[in-house]
Design a protein around this ligand. Structure first.
Ligand SMILES: *[C@@H]1O[C@H](CO)[C@@H](O)[C@H](O)[C@H]1NC(C)=O
Length: 206
């Protein structure tokens, strides 16, 4: 009995160690969190010369963005109106493809393409924490920054190259927090976490 149990434990342990060995990231995948990360002049590329200015140093993913940097503008109250999910998915895919267009047409160094995309991807994740009410920030968006969407194109249809005149540190200065969602402190915490887990477990891991 004992030896059977012991051999099960050993099999389980060896399975565990082979799994963790296989899952061990290669050094290029290894992500060191915290500490100092400057990307100014990364690799000596001109395109990276003042990369850190945008969100400020050591703020690659804009995780320093906090409730205290938010100014809610109250001149108009916006109430959400649900649309069919396909309408939402279409618009979000447009944003995704526009991000790819900007990165592939307006950045030529492949390292810079990679770094700026990771910044975009990771800074967007902050919104996931807003939605689950983990960040302490209001769930909304910066209306001044969002309004530049209409300036994306030149009149000939090419991508605009003009300076919109803001930096990442201006994010939050004109916040709009739409109302009308059905969040309830007592009921939504667990249901939203379940929704998040269901969604994350559907994500294919590479
Ligand atoms: C929000 O709406 C959904 C769909 O109608 C419902 O299932 C859920 O219980 C609502 N949540 C709250 C907190 O009312």
């Amino acid at each position: 009995m004992f030896s059977k149990f012991a051999s099960i434990v050993i099999v389980a342990l060896s399975a565990l160690s082979s799994v963790s060995a296989a899952a061990l990231p290669t050094s290029s995948d290894l992500v060191v969190r915290g500490g100092s990360h400057s990307f100014d002049n990364y690799g000596g590329f001109n395109s990276m010369s003042s990369f850190d200015n945008f969100y400020g140093s050591d703020n690659f993913d804009n995780s320093h963005f906090s409730e205290s940097s938010i100014t809610v503008v109250k001149e108009k109250e916006l109430v959400c109106h649900s649309q069919s999910i396909e309408i939402i998915q279409q618009r979000l895919l447009v944003l995704q493809e526009m991000a790819k267009r900007i990165i592939t047409e307006q950045v030529c160094e492949v390292e810079t393409q990679t770094i700026v995309f990771e910044q975009f991807h990771s800074s967007m994740h902050g919104f996931s924490r807003d939605l689950r009410r983990f960040s302490g920030r209001g769930v909304g968006y910066d209306s001044a920054i969002a309004s530049h969407f209409s300036n994306f194109y030149e009149s000939d249809g090419s991508l605009s190259t003009s300076d919109f005149g803001f930096s990442g540190q201006d994010l939050g200065h004109s916040y709009v927090i739409p109302t009308g969602n059905n969040w309830s402190d007592s009921r939504s915490r667990s249901s939203v976490n379940s929704a998040y887990s269901a969604a994350r477990s559907a994500v294919t891991k590479f």
